[in-house]
Design a protein around this ligand. Structure first.
Ligand code: GLA
Length: 408
């Protein structure tokens, strides 16, 4: 089934649900994708480089603004949870009863905090990005809400600004101190391409993956381990990176130094003794991972897919040993995937501590991979993996709106 077909069927179900809930047609339909990060993990909040692709799994929203402009209650129905939530735009707080609505609430709260106008609306939401899997279901949700209100209110902000607002919603409203990668790629993804993003300047470059032409498949496998303890461990890693910067800025006499982005591997190694063992390892991951991202993009540029794959393995090793954000199951998966001779590269993807791994391999090898590697994984770990081949999709978009229908 093509992506367009899959989206088409889900849109039909969404529209039907909207009609059932609200007794009319939705005026707006938007989508925003999840993502898989090919390389560049835990580098975004260190002002570094990342190389993610948006995937053909997404959050969809159908909505219609309330006819009565004085009515300030947003009414949202979640098709996936079969639950409704109503909240007022005058005072937006987190919901204890319907926590799934918090990303909608958070995005609208940030929107208003930026003095952008919002009208109340009725909406139906539905997503097929697996939750808690490290594929950015929450970023897809936030970016979809931003895409909706940007179109509905003709706010006119750019996808990049929208990504920044979505990150703020996650940081300030949801309370997760994530970097910019997930929201950025959800807003800015390109079909059949991954984006090299400089998380300091927010400059980005689409690098064609040419999966079909190269006969390659991006295979995502959920380890069967729900991500645990992510927030606290994530914040610990952030703190350790900041500690490294503080010490290295003094040692290298560069008070202007802001992030591990500013350090070379040689400088880091020279100052190893000034850092605790743990902080040194954290810094070594970030500094070497930044180098790997640039090398990986360069390798793709010269069509050296094998070199790209080696860097994926090296990234996993570094995340396992130096950054310590993998888990035994993800390690087992990458080891088994590596043992399957057609695999070009594999690594955990996302924040870690469970969730998904990504592997790159010839499309022709996928069936055999599933036959050999998945049962071996299940046997070794006792966990049931779920695998799917994904396409690199375009970033968030408006599927239908009055402007679109008018051909604008
Ligand atoms: C999560 C965060 C991202 C990024 C990754 C790790 O997905 O939301 O900002 O830090 O972890 O690379």
């Amino acid at each position: 089934m093509s992506t367009a077909q899959a989206t088409g069927e889900r849109v039909t179900a969404l529209v039907e649900a909207f009609k059932r809930q609200f007794g009319k047609e939705p005026e707006y339909i938007v989508r925003a994708p999840g993502r898989v990060n090919l390389i560049g993990e835990h580098t975004d909040y260190n002002d570094g480089f990342v190389f993610p692709a948006a995937i053909d799994r997404e959050m969809l929203i159908a909505a219609t603004p309330k006819a009565d402009r004085k009515d300030l209650n947003v009414h949202v129905y979640s098709l996936d949870n079969n639950a409704s939530d109503i909240f007022s735009l005058t005072k937006i707080e987190k919901s204890k009863a319907e926590p799934w609505s918090d990303y909608m609430r958070g995005m609208l709260s940030i929107w208003q905090a930026c003095a952008f106008k919002v009208r109340a609306f009725e909406a139906v939401i539905s997503g097929d990005v697996p939750q808690g899997a490290g594929l950015s279901s929450s970023a897809a949700y936030e970016v979809a809400v931003g895409t909706l209100v940007n179109e509905m209110m003709a706010t006119g902000i750019s996808p990049k600004q929208l990504a920044t607002l979505a990150q703020k919603a996650e940081n300030r409203f949801i309370g997760v101190q994530c970097g910019i990668m997930d929201q950025f790629i959800s807003a800015m993804g390109r079909e059949d391409a991954a984006l090299l993003i400089d998380c300091r300047t927010l400059a980005s470059r689409a690098v064609p993956l040419r999966l079909k032409e190269r006969g390659l498949a991006i295979v995502i496998t959920h380890s069967g381990v729900q991500r645990g303890l992510v927030d606290s461990a994530y914040n610990d890693r952030r703190r350790e990176c900041e500690e490294a910067v503080g010490i290295l800025a003094k040692k290298l006499k560069r008070p202007e130094m802001k992030a591990l982005r500013d350090v070379t591997l040689a400088e880091l190694k020279k100052n190893e003794k000034a850092l605790s063992e743990v902080v040194f390892k954290r810094a070594r991951h970030v500094v070497s991972e930044n180098e790997r991202v640039l090398e990986a993009v360069e390798a793709l540029g010269r069509d050296d897919v094998a070199a790209f794959g080696k860097l994926m393995y090296a990234s996993h090793d570094s995340l396992r040993d130096d950054f310590e954000v993998s888990c035994p199951e993800l390690d087992a998966f990458v080891r088994l995937a590596r043992g399957f001779k057609a695999t070009i590269g594999a690594r955990m993807t996302g924040a870690g501590f469970g969730g998904c791994a990504v592997a790159l391999m010839p499309e022709a090898a996928v069936a055999e991979f599933k036959k050999q590697v998945l049962p071996a994984y299940e046997k070794e770990t006792g966990k049931t993996p779920t695998t799917w081949v994904c396409k690199a999709a375009g970033g968030a978009s408006v599927i239908d709106s009055p402007m679109k229908r008018a051909g604008l």
